[in-house]
Design a protein around this ligand. Sequence first.
Ligand code: GLN
Length: 192
Amino acid sequence: MKIGVLALQGAFAEHISVLHRLEVETLPVRLPHQLVGLDGLIIPGGESTTITSLMLSYNLRADISRMVENGLPVLGTCAGMILLARKVSNDGIEPVAVMGITVRRNAFGRQRESFETDLAIPVLGEKPFPGVFIRAPLIEQVTDKVEVLARLDNGTIVAARQGKLLACAFHPELTDDLRFHQYFLSIVSGEQ
Ligand code: GLN
């Protein structure tokens, strides 16, 4: 199994180190030819405006969108989730738009710009998952093809899945809990 991590900007090194801990072959992706032969792709957190414009400059956007249509599994975390969304409600940003979610950027006010909270994520088992939120987006709406995986206590959706696409508003790569990545790898391998 070979997993690419989009390495244009943001927290790509942290995802690569989680994948190394899980002993998965990993490739940082900066150019379109590096997408060839991947079994899955991770789009990290960072600044979605920057990642979007670099994706366009490096001609990655169309290829990623085509590969997703052909079944490439993708995990998008935080800014990566924004890039997967069909619509961003509060910004002119143009995401890759492959997943039936509407997201709001920087959705938590100044007081809660960054915070940590335990999340119930039933697909990962009973033990709560440490949710690290950094200027995070939230999911405002989902289509009926989307499965909601996690919510905050107030009902806000913070993780979702649509087929082989997995998105979360938080940063699993910044914790020692490997279960979210393991769940993605089980989607890639077809176990889930
Ligand atoms: N605030 C960033 C954005 O809107 C996302 C933050 C993150 O990825 N940690 O793009």
